[in-house]
Design a protein around this ligand. Sequence first.
Ligand code: ATP
Length: 334
Amino acid sequence: MRPKIAVIRGDGVGPEVIDATLSVLERVVDAEFVEVRAGRAYFNETGLPMEEDGMDKLRGSDALLKGPIATPTKGRSYPSVNLRIRREFDLYANIRPFRSYEGISLRRMDLVMVRENVEGLYSGEEELQGDVAVTKRVITRSGARRIAEFAFRLAEKEGRARVTAIHKKNVLKVSDGLFLEEFYRVASKHPSVEADDYIVDAAAYRLVKVDYPFDVMLLPNLYGDILSDVAAGVVGSLGLCGSAQIGDDYAAFEPIHGTAEDIAGRGIANPLGTILAASMMLEWLGSKYGHEIVDVGRRMREAVDRTVEDGVLTPDLGGDATTSEVAEAVLERM
Ligand code: ATP
């Protein structure tokens, strides 16, 4: 039995970083890769945001590896493919690990952000009432509870000491109040893990300025979106960070960066964030396919570390290596 992995190459630098990652994956795991075409390029060609049987292909796979997909804000528009996948599979937990690299990162960092991925200000509930635009920020008790539960279980599994809930309860008393209430209720069931909380603006400052040992950070959707880019800046590049969107039965893995149009097509995008996302995918597949695949994921992550330490770097990290040279270096080190 071998895993079936759906692949959306995406837009902008997406195809470059995905192809580089596949050039590593195909050599180290025995898996079937199924391409699903979706995004701007596919829309321009066909008028559809995704192949008609795209969702069926995803449903028939174990996990999705994807590049960033553009959602146009002007001109001919189409519904967000990301949102559709997130809702269809209820991928409620967005996991983003951040580890610093000596000589590259602004400061030492080793933390995991657990971002609530389907509620908050991204509820999609928006309307124009005359001259007043209203967006609903929805936080449900069940949503707050399951993401808190996820964060504590992750801390226990990874041997991390503390979960810090990030909020703005001083202003958003009702919604962030409920988020925090559920957080502490769940925390009481996990006595081996410390629990504390931090106001979001102070947390942003601390991430950059103070060597505060955040360990697992639990964040409502918008705060997670913003603070993860801050953390990526501290690590050294958006191109150096991977992520997982996890639901109860399915998960999607991707770099945290967007389509990076400014460097697309030049062969210089950093593939390491996507390779790290792939290593998270192998780890996640372990529950179904056994420890060997987890081990390959771990070796892949270690090979990324050594590639960076050895100075094989794309221009975003001050080097002059190409996307494929970096992928080749990771493979060599595995
Ligand atoms: P989106 O709205 O889709 O998130 P964005 O333009 O806000 O996109 P990114 O596409 O992530 O953000 O790009 C932000 C900056 O980071 C750009 O200057 C881009 O070149 C750089 N960047 C992003 N990804 C990479 C990568 N893999 N390698 C090198 N630089 C990158």
